[in-house]
Structure formats: structure tokens, C-alpha cells
Design a binder for this molecule. Structure first.
Ligand SMILES: [Zn+2]
Length: 72
């Protein structure tokens, strides 16, 4: 996976950040499935619902302040 630093695009998706109090661009946190699998094994499967929840509801992080944006 190549990582490129792209200039801010006008059509980049934005969300309202409650901390910045404005529309901001955001980053969707990548989910480390190996780490989540380890957690599931360590917790004897208790972590599995959390893993599933996390894979559906991905955390969006504000590019301005690093705040986790609530999708509500
Ligand atoms: Zn923010």
C-alpha cells in the first residue's frame, strides 16, 4: 500500500466537528484485523461483538484537532 500526501481536494468528504465547530475533512481509522483477532482469542470471544461493531462503525478522526467525530 503506497502512502501519498495528497493536497486538500475540494471534493473531499467533510463532517461537522463539535470541537472545531466547523466542517472538517476526516480520516477513517484503519482497523487492524490481526490485533482484533488476537483480542478475540485473549478474551475467549468476548471481544468478537466489539470487533464486528468496530468494523461496521468505523471511527472518523478530525484532520484538524484529532477528535473522534460522532456520526450522529
Ligand atoms: Zn476537529
Amino acid at each position: 500500500m503506497s502512502e501519498k500526501t495528497l493536497p486538500l481536494e475540494s471534493n473531499a468528504p467533510t463532517l461537522y466537528c463539535s470541537r472545531c465547530k466547523c466542517e472538517v475533512t476526516y480520516t477513517v481509522a484503519p482497523l487492524d484485523h490481526k490485533k482484533e483477532l488476537m483480542r478475540t482469542i485473549i478474551t475467549c470471544g468476548i471481544w468478537l461483538p466489539m470487533w464486528l461493531l468496530m468494523s461496521f462503525a468505523r471511527t472518523r478522526t478530525c484532520n484538524q484537532c484529532g477528535n473522534a467525530i460522532d456520526p450522529s
